[in-house]
Unconditional design. Structure first.
Length: 48
């Protein structure tokens, strides 16, 4: 897994990002949790 496809359904933005070591060590629900946590932290920082 070299790339991760990310689709923002609100803005219809499609991006690819390189898979980090952190993502390669997890899978399933753990991987989804890491994605969600990253997005929440990024969104909360931009709202401040």
């Amino acid at each position: 897994m070299d790339k991760i496809l990310r689709i923002n359904t609100r803005t219809k933005e499609i991006t690819y990002e390189k898979a980090s070591e952190e993502y390669l060590k997890t899978g399933g629900r753990g991987l989804i949790s890491k994605f969600n946590f990253k997005d929440i932290v990024k969104r909360s920082k931009s709202e401040v």
